[in-house]
Design a protein around this ligand. Structure first.
Ligand SMILES: *Cc1c(COP(=O)(O)O)cnc(C)c1O
Length: 471
């Protein structure tokens, strides 16, 4: 025996499957070459299964047809597409952090579909700087002398180290050498810029004297303070404040850079977010330059901002690396519009989704949970309940700050809960919810009102795939 399964010869030909599937209504929008591609994929898989198992049944005509339809439809779907975030994590990095304000979306669309004033001043009829709109707004919102915009905060930090580090070493507390997520470590970004680290203090405690000693060394070229945003130290701990470092930086004539992580222009204490230093606050305390993300607590698109002393910003902007990290027009359109909204805190709360979600009070969230529970209904063998949950802001902001919220909890007698969770993820659009104690939780804080019906559809479809009549 050569070990080749007999059945291989009976796998249907591509042409034959094409004839079976051509008329399927679900495949109406699918071109012939893409349909053939899907068929080859499915037949290839059948062949592989037979070889792997050393034989077995060839699926029926109906089964093959269903698989081809599914493969073709999956191939039609963009990889990057919308999902329903039912996790309650407002700034979920895997799910794209901040959703954008409607006005920001509209401005992106206007700018994207045609030509624009990206680098053109229509009043003078001359070339203009693409970053001008955003930078002026940042200056007026933060009180900074000057500002620069790059692709993200990691790029902002990298540029600052490159320009200010000058082949020396950056003084930083061991307690602030954070890992950002996606296994990017701050220390590695700094070292990649060619600047050495001069770590001071210990993991849990760093005092001013540690900085003083390090700053006295010839090789110290700047002081860096990082907002340890995604974790919290409790117990026997101590870190040095921005104000204390300002005094030392002035004394030693070293620039003080503060990586704020999130970067909000307004005071977030009224939201119960107590440990974020706002951008204007950090600058007014005397930081020479700050950098932060635009898609965290700022509520805008992915970008990084640098704001502070004009001589430093000027150096940054004229550095050749600036060109490698410059944002595109879609980002700039969305960011400029978001910043315009942020000039009025009341507008920010009303129109920027991140702020809407963070501001939503528990009693209102409870009402929304009641509505979602009603929408989902008690049918289909599901047990639904209202659950008080403790959510998270996410995006490395205020990790210890519980965000009191409400969820609809779902228990399923008809299907293992993890299977149901998977089916919802595979729905189009995917519904991302989390399992807690054998219940699937839908935290309403991050669910947009028009998505409630989608969750119902997804549940119906997931459960409808079971044999009917098992109420
Ligand atoms: C999130 C974060 C970064 C990275 O910002 P990106 O915009 O994702 O590049 C850097 N530093 C701190 C402290 C952060 O919280």
């Amino acid at each position: 025996m050569d070990g080749v399964p007999e059945n291989l010869r009976h796998i249907p030909q591509v042409e034959k499957v094409l004839a079976w599937t051509m008329g399927e209504i679900e495949l109406k929008g699918v071109s012939r070459p893409l349909l053939v591609k899907a068929i080859r994929e499915v037949l290839g898989q059948i062949r592989k299964d037979l070889l792997d198992l050393g034989g077995g049944q060839i699926p029926s005509e109906d089964e093959i047809k269903a698989r081809v339809v599914q493969a073709a439809l999956e191939d039609q779907r963009p990889t990057l597409r919308a999902v329903v975030n039912a996790t309650g994590v407002v700034l979920h990095t895997n799910l794209g952090r901040s959703p954008l304000a409607q006005a920001a979306l509209e401005q992106m669309v206007k700018v994207a579909g045609g030509y624009s004033t990206l680098e053109y001043d229509p009043v003078c009829g001359k070339r203009a700087d693409r970053l001008r709109g955003v930078e002026e707004l940042v200056i007026s919102l933060s009180g900074a002398e000057a500002a620069a915009v790059v692709n993200n905060n990691a790029a902002a930090l990298f540029l600052l180290m490159t320009v200010l580090g000058k082949a020396g070493r950056v003084v930083i507390s061991r307690g602030e050498l954070v890992e950002i997520g996606g296994s990017f470590r701050l220390a590695e970004i700094i070292e990649a810029s060619g600047v050495g680290l001069k770590e001071v203090g210990s993991t849990n405690r760093t005092v001013l004297a540690d900085y003083q000693k390090a700053a006295a060394g010839e090789d110290a070229t700047l002081l860096l303070k990082v907002h340890a945003s995604n974790f919290r130290q409790v117990g026997y701990t101590s870190q040095v404040t921005i104000a204390e470092l300002v005094t030392l930086a002035r004394e030693k004539n070293l620039p003080l850079v503060v990586d704020l992580g999130s970067g909000a222009f307004m005071d977030l204490a009224p939201l119960g977010i107590l440990d974020e230093t706002s951008v204007p606050k950090a600058l007014s305390l005397g930081a020479d330059v700050v950098c932060f993300s635009c898609d965290k607590l700022l509520g805008g698109p992915q970008a990084g901002l640098i704001a502070g002393r004009s001589d430093i910003v000027k150096k940054i902007k004229s550095h050749p690396l600036m060109r490698t990290v410059r944002p595109g027009k879609l980002t700039l359109a969305a960011l400029e519009t978001t910043l315009r909204i942020l000039r009025d805190p009341a507008e920010a709360q009303e129109f920027i989704p991140t702020y809407q979600m963070l501001h939503c009070p528990p009693d209102q969230l409870r009402k929304r949970a009641v509505k979602l529970k009603r929408t989902l209904g008690e049918n289909l063998g599901l047990k639904l309940s209202l659950v008080e949950v403790s959510g998270q802001i996410g995006g490395g902001a205020a990790p210890e700050q519980p965000l009191a919220s409400w969820a609809v909890g779902l228990e399923s007698q008809r299907m293992p809960i993890n299977l149901l969770e998977e089916k919802l993820r595979r729905f189009d659009p995917p519904i991302v919810a989390r399992i807690f104690k054998d219940r699937l939780l839908f935290d309403v804080r991050t669910i947009f009102p028009d998505q409630m019906a989608l969750i119902k559809q997804a549940l119906n479809q997931a459960l409808g795939e079971l044999a009917p009549g098992s109420d």
